[in-house]
Design a protein around this ligand. Structure first.
Ligand code: UDP
Ligand code: MG
Length: 324
């Protein structure tokens, strides 16, 4: 008999959580008939609303439900890591609390890993219905760019909704980095992954936690975490402008010797200086991004800090340390 750990990162999800539980418990009951055991691991990512008390109630109500609560908002990536390190099941699945990752897909995903020998089953949405067009545009641009500059395969529209077997989970847990970009990590570890496609579903209640700015920073995280191409580009740019400057210098010397032109035009000089100053600052900025990430990595800070867990989580020795 196998056991699935369902990991649900929750940040201010007081409205969605009960809808999620209702739907998920239907799926769990259904699959239990085929002898699958469940552990529903709710990770409260420092919510400021009633999410935690909602979780406590669900835990009272149903002994399959467990929860961990962070001391502050550490971000979804940290919540995923915490969930995976507490998961005791043979399989683990990551799912959003807003029902944008339909629980009804789970039986099919489970069948694919158990019967067809995949190590993980991932999902991607093929439409971006209900999303602001400008956001979809930048998201597409990001995936195209990432696939050009990084060796890790990133799939456009990939969700974090994914079922993994123990081998896959352990591989993810062995990546201890502080700056976590799960979409990249999942691809980086390899294994056999089956992709399922579905139409985008809008969130059941509450609102999205991702502002445009937050997504922008997240995409920088992805680029810096999985590619060093920006560093190469700034070096290439440096070399090209040196070559160009040298040729230009020759041109000016030759012109002066042959035609005796007085050199005119401070405007062009000013433009060139400004341009090169800009390129230099940009390159230092790119370098700084990598340095900043390295700086955070070498501090070895915990990925999350737990404030509270339910009783079973506290006594369960396999659940790991207090700090991630
Ligand atoms: N989430 C989280 N920590 C955060 C932001 C989001 O745990 O800092 C959770 C959130 O509760 C939800 C999931 O991550 O379960 C996806 O978030 P959301 O639905 O806001 O993102 P979207 O679906 O709009 O990309
Ligand atoms: Mg959502």
């Amino acid at each position: 008999m196998s056991r699935i750990s369902v990991i649900v990162p929750c940040y201010n999800e007081q409205e969605s959580l009960k809808f999620y539980y209702e739907e998920m418990s239907r799926v769990m009951d259904e699959m239990s008939k085929d002898g699958v055991e469940f552990e529903l691991l709710l990770v409260d990512d420092g919510s400021r609303d009633a999410t935690l008390s909602e979780m406590r109630q669900l835990h009272e109500l149903d002994n399959r439900v467990h929860y961990i609560s962070f001391s502050r908002n550490f971000g979804k990536e940290s919540a995923i890591y915490a969930g995976l390190s507490h998961a005791a099941g043979d399989y683990a699945v990551i799912m959003d609390a807003d029902l944008q990752d339909p629980p009804s897909l789970l039986p099919k995903m489970y069948r694919l890993v158990t019967e067809e020998g995949y190590d993980s089953v991932a999902t991607r949405r093929v439409t971006r219905k209900g999303e602001p067009p400008i956001r979809s545009f930048f998201a597409r641009l990001f995936y195209r760019l990432m696939n050009k500059i990084s060796e890790t395969d990133l799939v456009d529209g990939a969700r974090d909704y994914r079922l993994m077997n123990r081998k896959f989970v352990d591989a993810i847990l062995s990546l201890q980095e502080y700056n976590r970009f799960s979409k990249g990590l999942f691809g980086w570890v390899g294994f056999n992954t089956k992709w399922l496609e579905y139409e985008n579903v809008e969130r059941v209640a509450g609102e999205t936690k991702w502002s445009f700015w937050k997504l922008f920073r997240y995409s920088i995280e992805g680029i810096v975490g999985f590619s060093t191409v920006p560093l190469t580009i700034s070096s290439i740019f440096g070399v090209l402008s040196c070559v160009f400057a040298f040729l230009f210098m020759l041109f000016i010397i030759v012109r002066r010797l042959c035609f005796g032109d007085p050199v005119a035009g401070w405007a062009s000089t000013a433009t060139i200086i400004l341009f090169l100053g800009g390129v230099q600052l940009l390159s230092i900025g790119i370098l700084g991004q990598y340095l900043a990430k390295a700086y955070l990595e070498v501090k070895h800070r915990p990925i999350y800090i737990i404030k509270e867990k339910d009783e079973a989580e506290k006594t369960d020795g396999a659940s790991g340390d207090k700090l991630g």
